[in-house]
Design a protein around this ligand. Structure first.
Ligand SMILES: CC(C)(COP(=O)(O)OP(=O)(O)OC[C@H]1O[C@@H](n2cnc3c(N)ncnc32)[C@H](O)[C@@H]1OP(=O)(O)O)[C@@H](O)C(=O)NCCC(=O)NCCS
Length: 165
């Protein structure tokens, strides 16, 4: 399956501060999806896939919010998931995603991740993804967008596999 991805630089310029609460904060779009910065009212539709407080934390972040998770919005519907970035102080920038259960299995995570990869390439953002096995659906999404297993590490919760393009 191929996807048409159109992406644009943040309209106020990559690296410059962006206003909070602008409903037009979209970052990329695909055949079926629009990806935009999270808003406070995304917490309800995303409660099954995001940690409590994480939407609020992303919205409250000051300065450039491009490297935060983005909402996945159906072009003809509502918010069905998130896909975007998490900046880890020690480990660097990672890409993560989640699709609300009733919308899984339709290729939406793959379509969103492909758009985020495209955006990262255009904007020179280096990132990795990590998966705690077993998570075959997530591994498959990463493989479908061309990421490959490059490393693993162990922490207090077990193994984590690192994927890169
Ligand atoms: C991982 C997740 C985002 C996938 O979302 P999705 O929209 O269903 O993903 P897609 O439809 O784009 O692709 C899923 C792929 O995994 C495959 N898959 C799903 N369950 C699988 C399983 N148990 N074993 C093997 N493959 C599986 C699907 O068949 C599909 O591959 P295909 O297109 O080759 O058939 C979703 O399951 C989710 O939100 N999980 C909970 C959050 C999570 O784990 N996030 C990732 C953290 S690393």
């Amino acid at each position: 399956m191929t996807y048409t991805v159109t992406a644009r630089r943040w309209k106020h310029g990559w690296g410059r501060s962006m206003p909070v609460g602008d409903s037009d904060n979209w970052m990329a779009c695909t055949d079926r999806l629009r990806l935009r910065l999270l808003r406070a009212d995304d917490a309800a539709p995303l409660r099954s896939v995001m940690e409590p407080g994480s939407v609020e934390a992303a919205v409250a972040q000051t300065g450039d919010r491009a490297l935060t998770p983005w909402a996945i919005v159906l072009r003809d519907g509502g918010v069905v998931g998130f896909c975007g970035f998490f900046v880890r102080p020690v480990k660097g920038t990672t890409m993560g995603y989640g699709i609300v259960p009733e919308y899984r299995g339709r290729g939406l995570a793959t379509e969103a991740a492909a758009a985020v990869l495209d955006w990262a390439g255009r904007n020179g953002v280096d990132f990795y993804s990590s998966v705690r096995p077993p998570n075959p659906a997530s591994v498959r999404v990463l493989e479908k967008v061309g990421m490959r297993l490059v490393d693993s590490y162990f922490d207090e919760d077990g193994r984590r596999d690192i994927y890169r393009r």
